[in-house]
Write a protein that binds this ligand. Sequence first.
Ligand code: BGC
Length: 778
Amino acid sequence: MIKAKIKTMVIFATFLQLQVNAQKTPQLGKAPIDVVINAMTPEEKASMLLGAEMHGPVLNGEPRLRVPGAAGGTFPIKRLGIPALILADGPAGIRIEPKRPNDTKTYYATAFPVGTALASTWNTELIEQVGKAIGNEVKEYGADVLLAPAINIHRNPLNGRNFEYYSEDPLIAGEIAAAYIKGVQSNGVGTSIKHFAANNQETNRLSINEHISHRAMREIYLKGFEIAIKKAQPWTVMSSYNKVNGTYTSERKDLLTDILREEWGFKGFVMSDWFGGYESFESLGNSASNVVAQVEAGNDLMMPGMQLQHDKLVNAIKNGKISNEAVHNSIKRILKTVLQSPVFKKQKYSNNPDLKANAAITRQAATEGMVLLKNENNVLPYSIHTAPAAVFGITSYNFISGGTGSGDVNEAYSVSLLDGLKNAGYAIDQNLADLYIPFVANEFKKENDRREKSGGILATPKKMPELELETSLINTKAASSDIAIITIGRNSGENADRQISEDFYLAQDEISLINKVSKAFHAQGKKVIVILNIGGAIETASWKDKVDGILVAWLPGQEGGNSVADVLSGKVNPSGKLPMTFVVDYNNHPSAANWLGTPAANPKDVSYEEGIYVGYRFFNTFGVKPSYEFGFGKSYTDFKYSNISLSSKTFDKEITVSIAITNSGQKAGKEAIQLYLSAPALKTDKPYSELKGFAKTKILNPGESQTITFILKVSDLSSFVESQSAWIAEKGIYNIQIGSSSTDIRESASFELQTETIGEKVHDSFKLDIDLKETHSN
Ligand code: BGC
């Protein structure tokens, strides 16, 4: 009896002790963060700085990824009350596995338009709505952070990931990104703006060393990030794979701490790109990575997390080979984000987002991003006739909704052009469709099998052959149908860049298709429309005169076919404009001279000799005429620009510019208005003009006007002067040009800045590691 009593007392005492211990173990959210961090073992600290992939699919007896198909997650420490953040790709919607084992439910996400399509809307309000819808799916599927937006600059049209990015111009990239981030984060989930910075090619992306001047970094490659981070405070930033001037971006303290945090006030945490900081995938097994340097630079989390990094960090923490302060600060930044996350707040999620409502949003956004390049004799809108449309080109039957790689989305369906046309009530030539459909199915299967065998989502997509049609058949179709629609398609993705031939330029089978169809249809007095289902710029100059209409549909997301039909039918008046230049000749791009770097066989170094002269900044300054200029896009109506007015003729702190836009045509529509500024260039060379503001009107009915107002600040007048490490506005006359594109200027006005003004003095960063000769430097 006594024995039993003693036993009960011992058990009770042990229980009490356990409770006291539990109370002593600080809990995230209850105890101060510093106390929680101080309670961590060196092993736990190292784990917090790394993604949790090295722990395998099961962690603490539970699936490591609550959301199957998410790209990764942070490390949970149960005893300290720290849950794991789930990080999922991005950017065209959340990328997760649509099916789960032993589960009949599906988990499809909406495929939204790709980055170039979103930027082409020039409509930040709309993009905020898109972000809201994407973020809603992130929240409803139980993820915490979306690995998006991606905003690297289109330095060269061949970058395989340009479709994910927005523009050759940092203002549009930054503003669109800010709107996207605000929208996503309004759901209480986070974003990760990427890839910070200058991740401008996929070839040798893990090791490429980019030599870039401080000025080009500030004005071109960082500006978009700066705008988005200051305006929208993304929860996280993803550093890029590449090196800049000899050092990995994930190891650059100037980039991740001095600039990002001290200058711009970024409050969240920085994660590396997946395996960032390693020369190659082959080197993952050796100790080449410098995880200590990454943490000390301010790269808080290394993804996806490897044992090798863990060992190195534990050792460094135990032996004082890493600054305690850096470790502490990085963990603190991660925990601050955990504190605001849905998982920490134990938010319920439905696994049932409103896919129907989001399909309507993607359809609208895709439509608004489409760019009408050509509309000879108002061939469009094309109203429904009794004779069918003859639909050519394999891509018409296998429309491409988005690019490949991590930016791909697992959507439930994708509307082809053919279905979009049919849904809109168009009659199509079924006999032609019957020839195409089996051919396309077979080619698509072959291509899919090839990709499955060579890397899955990371395998580079290849152009599929066109169906060869007899001239006599095309002639018959020209006689029996009303109009010809030809789709030219391009796909690309992570891990490889695009090619010059048969990609930037059309392939022979595509040229021959355009030639034959145009000849046959024009002989019958019928029109030919080309739809460009592409992610970035292609060559148009050599063939555009052969056809009557050209519509850039981009990679428009899962409602693509319906969105195209909305524009063709005139249900929606096109209002998209190009966020990049369509050049005449690939070599017109100054970056073409050293694209992919040296040595050519296996590039290690790329010199950004063009400096700040990227895209229209180059073409408009040096008089290179493009096929379609930056900012170009037609409408079914016309707009008149009038009454430009400035708040003052001399600049003092800021200046307000207003302009009236009137719909002077016959159809209701929206217009994207662009403000360019030409600055005095006495001390520093400057581009002819630079985009300093843009706006989209509401839908204006014929005759209706809207006044648009812009405010210019000293920062808008300034260029970066390396010798002083400062943004400086030169004194002199500034010319404001407001127009419908970068060369179609409708109204202009000037003001004077009477004294040179130093806008902001910043850290002297990005010391060059070679003698970089900029072709057009000051
Ligand atoms: C890509 C990132 C992506 C990550 C996770 C990397 O290969 O560069 O953009 O977020 O994978 O999937």
